[in-house]
Design a protein around this ligand. Structure first.
Ligand SMILES: Cc1cc2nc3c(=O)[nH]c(=O)nc-3n(C[C@H](O)[C@H](O)[C@H](O)COP(=O)(O)OP(=O)(O)OC[C@H]3O[C@@H](n4cnc5c(N)ncnc54)[C@H](O)[C@@H]3O)c2cc1C
Length: 430
């Protein structure tokens, strides 16, 4: 690749040409493993946005900068590891998937799961039901998140929130929405969106967990962090003496302590965890809000909760079937592989993607060693003439990043650019 912007150009003689589609953690890890296996590989990571790293940038909560720091390791792939970043290229729209399979010896789909799973219970069309993924994208400054904040009703999310789900993403939502300003120091939260969605702190966040406290899916450390937020008053229903395990145990202790502060003058947001309950239906209320009717699996317990906004955190799925950029079953072939959330569903942390990427890389190496894949396709150089004008290289991205870091307002580690055209202008792309 002739990279006039100084990005490391892969040395390609002798190795396979490899296309990774998606620059989230699973795509980066698989590129890392394959690069080690074949130092002469010509590896290109295609990414639909001008910015790399998928959900690390746009999912991981903005106040968890420690989890985002893994990007420093991935940076080295592109600066010294010989991997090419081809940002601003949506496979399926800017270049057909079939063309990628013609041009590359090995193709790996690492496109993740972009859509929030639907709640699947009846609700009026005007009820404000939003997905946790969409909410986190908005608070993380994703360019497509404009739809969320422009559709938020006057007054943003409102002050009474119901969160459905009790995994780590649900806990991220509870934490971010209940934190006071000082809890966001050092983050890269999009302050404009935050202010728009949450002009006033919520009075209540009610969390509906289908599982019991003993089987809660979130990490105990995540819950501990929520419970340590000053000025929240935590309570629970459905927490029984039979529930064991670290989450149940910690909650029992925490509630005894926090109930003492719950009535204190500083109390701001009431956070209630309801175990063993799922929404059954949602109806509109006279004041323009919603009422969530929740029920236990055996129907013996019921709870009705009034809400201005319902945030669903019940997993992720593929984009719409009509979306030509989402891998369909036809995106396959003898030299095509899948990795990450796309291949195993929306479970697992960044570290778990590393483990799985290693397994997929081993499988690819086996296929090559077994003669099922041969080398010789030209790779990115065959695409470059038609792509040159639109590709955002890693050097371009570094200019965007520099700009974001240097524009950070006080108490923030960066201010993200949220508009693709602005990104391209800052990057100096045509
Ligand atoms: C809200 C939220 C918070 C999370 N917080 C944490 C956390 O704190 N710690 C942790 O360890 N894990 C966390 N996770 C989990 C972690 O983000 C995932 O395990 C991981 O991001 C999955 O990686 P992936 O590469 O499979 O997908 P993704 O990260 O989604 O990456 C997919 C990439 O593919 C690109 N893409 C999609 N389609 C195309 C196309 N057609 N052409 C080109 N590019 C395309 C996308 O733009 C994206 O960049 C969180 C997840 C969410 C949703």
């Amino acid at each position: 690749m002739s990279d006039k912007d100084g990005a490391a150009a892969p040395t390609c003689a002798g190795g396979p040409s490899i296309a990774v589609i998606g620059s989230g953690p699973s795509g980066c890890y698989v590129a890392q493993f394959l690069g080690k296996q074949w130092p002469n590989a010509d590896i290109t990571i295609f990414e639909r946005l001008p910015t790399p790293y998928g959900l690390i940038r746009y999912g991981v909560a903005p106040d968890h900068q420690g989890s985002k720091a893994v990007t420093k390791q991935f940076d080295r792939l592109f600066t010294t590891g010989g991997v090419r970043f081809a940002g601003n290229v949506t496979v399926g729209r800017d270049v057909e998937f079939e063309r990628i399979t013609e041009l590359f010896d090995i193709v790996i789909l690492a496109t993740g799961l972009p859509a929030d799973r639907e709640l699947g219970v009846p609700h009026p069309a005007n009820a404000t039901v939003i997905g946790a993924g969409a909410l986190l994208r908005a608070l993380n400054g994703h360019p497509d998140a404009i739809a969320l904040h422009s559709s938020a009703k006057h007054g943003g999310l409102g002050r009474r929130l119901v969160v459905v789900g009790m995994g780590n993403v649900a806990i991220d939502v509870v934490r971010l929405l209940s934190k006071e300003a000082r809890g966001l120091i050092g983050s890269d939260i999009d302050d404009r969106v935050h202010q728009l969605l949450l002009p006033e702190s919520p009075t209540s966040i009610e969390v509906l967990s289908r599982s019991s406290a003993g089987q809660a899916k979130c990490d105990v450390s995540m819950l501990r962090e929520v419970l340590s937020i000053p000025n929240i008053a935590a309570t629970a229903t459905g927490l029984t003496p039979h529930d064991d395990g670290p989450v149940a145990e910690m909650l029992r202790n925490a509630f005894t302590e926090s109930s003492e502060t719950a009535d204190g003058a500083g109390t701001r947001t009431k956070v209630a965890f309801h175990f063993g309950l799922s929404p059954e239906r949602i109806e509109g209320t006279a004041g323009g809000g919603s009422r969530v009717h929740a029920v236990s699996e055996d129907g013996s317990r019921r709870l009705n909760l009034d809400a201005d906004t319902i945030v669903t955190a019940i997993g992720f799925t593929h984009g719409g079937e009509a979306d030509p950029c989402c891998p369909s079953p036809t995106w396959s072939g003898a030299h095509v592989y899948r990795v990450g959330w796309l291949s195993r569903g929306s479970v697992g942390t960044i570290a778990e993607n590393r483990k799985q990427a290693r397994t997929v890389a081993d499988m690819i190496v086996n296929d090559v060693n077994g003669g099922r894949i041969s080398f010789g396709r030209p790779g990115f150089r065959a695409l470059e003439p038609s792509m040159h004008a639109r590709v955002v290289s890693f050097a371009h991205w570094q200019r965007i990043e520099e700009f974001e870091l240097s524009s950070a307002p006080p108490d923030r580690c960066r201010r993200k650019i949220t508009d693709v055209d602005h990104m391209l202008a800052v990057a100096g792309c045509p």
